[in-house]
Design a protein around this ligand. Structure first.
Ligand code: C2E
Ligand code: MG
Ligand code: MG
Length: 587
């Protein structure tokens, strides 16, 4: 188009179309007038400001000069459509270039203005700078993404949470239907003794441990797997495709290996391990089913005390239901008076007299009959009932021995041993509770011995030492139960203010039988006695079943003995008549 024609156009615009001028100048939106050859004629103030040009610079500029090179071909095609009359107008988002070469996003509406004969005269482009809007949108997207992340991830570890896990599991289990025979796997991990770390080293250390565990787990997984935090110390590894249980077990093994390396928590080294339950899923399984099955398998692994990994099978379901029922019953057992104490005599090997009795808890279940303590003590520990149960045992043992002391002259100095579980040791009020109980029943502190297992002491030696010292201050003695079955090193024993070691019955059993075996057994027991002497503590032998054992123990310098040979655990009344003389004092 020649300059002449352009001037014509401008003139006619300026003269005849006042309304247009008003809009044109006053608009906050950029408006440009373009001739039918694709050259700018003029732009309003907003447009000129947007592209950074003066009216003179804009004039006659081809469309391409302002178009982003990548957007131009499409724009030009549309423009040709407009000129040819194929399009009445068009609208698109594209990028313009400023004078300085920088690009910015615009929303453009282009239309044709025709003369009365229908001949196209010029184009009008209305241009909106949308960089502001785009920025706001981008910000909103980032925020939304962050919100989604927050909603689907665990804030502590950054791992996917239950919600995201469920989402991914649902997707994967659904797609199993398309692949006959395909399976997925859920590994349910529960950290062993995590509560100890939290209780003894504080929540900060607990959090740090969880973070480090999370990082290690994430490193074990393949990109297609999901590692999620399920609850407090529970993690899930979800494998959307596995060949079979072997794959899942191999991963479980790797996870356990990775977790075995010490964790650095500030200046401490902490050790952690996990019990793992595995469930395989097929088409038709729901995420809930799989998680529940894996949880059951984990529970089974933990409760069995056997291998730390277990693959779910149907029989576990029954075992868990059974345990749940027992748990409910145990809650009521204390109140319903279904718990009783049996007493087993402990004799002095020097005098042959009954020096004390060990109180052993029994549960007479209305349906299952007598449930052994090995089953319900661990249940009470797992369910937090041990505090109430242990409190009852302590009080009942003290009450009973105080009654015997008052009733039988031979029992005036009778001592009672009470077993404490590791968890009771961590209860902050333990020492006071012990002192209160003694006081309430009018017993001197020497009347009570507390038995602790090695494992409960090594679990948290620092805290244990503190409690033991506090008990010692109050003259309550502490016995180390089942000695030899734990892992206590000599050095850790040295630091604990213990009063006696109870040799585990497995060593006592080694004292008879073939002559070489008995010799070996005697060597072990002799060593334990020597160790006890060096620590300045006494020795009680457990599980004495034969005269031969008793004799050997006497020769080896053992102080006390306990076992079926001397007497089985008995109900209080039977214990009294068998060991405390037939006729109680009349009081
Ligand atoms: P423990 O403290 O080592 O108690 C000794 C266990 O050995 C008792 O088992 C006792 O019946 C058994 N025993 C005693 N003499 C012999 C023997 O000559 N031969 C054999 N084979 N066994 C003998 P019980 O009563 O079944 O208790 C098992 C464990 O349960 C106890 O081991 C103790 O750790 C725990 N326990 C019992 N009562 C309580 C309690 O009130 N609180 C806590 N925390 N634990 C308890
Ligand atoms: Mg004991
Ligand atoms: Mg024992």
């Amino acid at each position: 188009m020649s300059r002449h024609n352009t001037d014509d156009l401008l003139r006619s615009l300026r003269q005849g179309e006042e309304w247009f001028r008003a809009v044109f100048e006053g608009s906050a939106m950029g408006i440009a007038v373009i001739d039918m050859h694709g050259r700018f004629i003029e732009g309003n103030t907003a447009f000129l400001r947007m592209v950074g040009l003066t009216p003179e610079e804009l004039r006659d500029l081809p469309l391409a000069a302002l178009d982003h090179p990548e957007d131009h071909p499409r724009d030009e095609q549309l423009f040709r459509g407009l000129v040819a009359g194929d399009l009445a107008h068009y609208q698109l988002e594209k990028r313009y270039l400023r004078n300085d070469g920088t690009a910015f996003p615009v929303r453009l509406t282009a239309s044709v203005v025709r003369d009365p004969t229908g001949r196209p005269r010029f184009c009008v482009a209305m241009v909106d700078d949308v960089s502001q809007r785009n920025r706001a949108e981008a910000e909103r997207e980032v925020l939304e993404e962050r919100l989604r992340h927050l909603a689907l991830h665990d804030p502590l570890t950054g791992l996917p949470n239950r919600l995201l896990l469920a989402e991914r599991m649902l997707e994967a289990t659904r797609s199993l239907a398309d692949e006959p025979g395909a399976r997925c796997a859920v590994l349910f991990l529960d950290l062993d003794r995590f509560k100890n770390v939290n209780d003894s080293m504080g929540h900060g250390a607990g959090d740090e441990l969880l973070r480090q565990v999370a990082a290690r787990l994430a490193a074990c997984a393949r990109p297609e797997d999901t590692v999620a935090r399920f609850g407090g110390d529970e993690f899930i590894l979800f494998l959307p495709r596995v060949g079979g249980p072997r794959d899942a077990l191999a991963l479980a093994e790797r996870v356990r290996e990775v977790l075995a390396a010490p964790l650095e928590l500030g200046s401490y080294h902490a050790y952690t391990s996990a019990s793992v339950g595995i469930a395989l899923g097929e088409a038709g399984d729901t995420p809930d089913d799989l998680l529940r099955n894996a949880d059951m398998a984990m529970y089974h692994a933990k409760a069995s005390g056997g291998p730390p990994c277990a693959v779910f099978d149907r029989s576990m379901h029954r075992a868990v239901v059974e345990r749940l029922r027992l748990e409910t019953d145990l809650r009521a057992a204390v109140e319903r008076g279904e718990l009783t104490l049996f007493f087993q005599p402990i004799v002095s090997l020097a005098t042959g007299g009954v020096a004390g009795a060990e109180a052993l808890a029994r549960w007479d279940h209305p349906v299952h009959g007598r449930v052994p303590p090995d089953r319900f003590i661990s249940l009470a520990e797992d369910t937090g009932l041990i505090g109430a149960l242990g409190g009852w045992v302590l009080n009942e043992a003290a009450r009973q021995v105080s009654e015997w002391r008052a009733s039988f002259p031979s029992a005036a100095e009778l001592e009672v041993s009470v077993n404490l579980s590791a968890q009771q040791l961590r209860e902050p009020g333990l020492v006071d509770a012990v002192a209160d109980t003694l006081h309430e029943h009018g017993l001197p502190p020497g009347a009570l011995k507390l038995e602790l297992t090695e494992s409960s002491l090594v679990e948290d030696p620092v805290a244990a030492a503190g409690v033991l010292r506090a008990l010692k201050k109050r003259d309550v003695q502490v016995y180390l139960d089942d000695f030899g079955t734990g892992y206590s090193s000599l050095s850790s024993l040295h630091r604990l203010p213990l009063d006696a070691l109870k040799i585990d019955r497995s060593f006592v059993a080694g004292l008879d039988g073939g002559s070489t075996g008995a010799h070996k057994g005697a060597e072990i027991v002799g060593t334990i006695v020597a160790l006890a002497r060096s620590l300045g503590v006494r020795v009680v032998a457990e599980g004495v079943e034969t005269r031969e054992q008793l004799h050997a123990l006497q020769l080896l310098g053992c102080d006390f003995a306990q076992g079926y040979l001397i007497g089985r655990p008995l109900p209080a009344s039977e214990f009294a008549s068998a060991f405390l003389g037939a006729s109680p004092l009349q009081v």
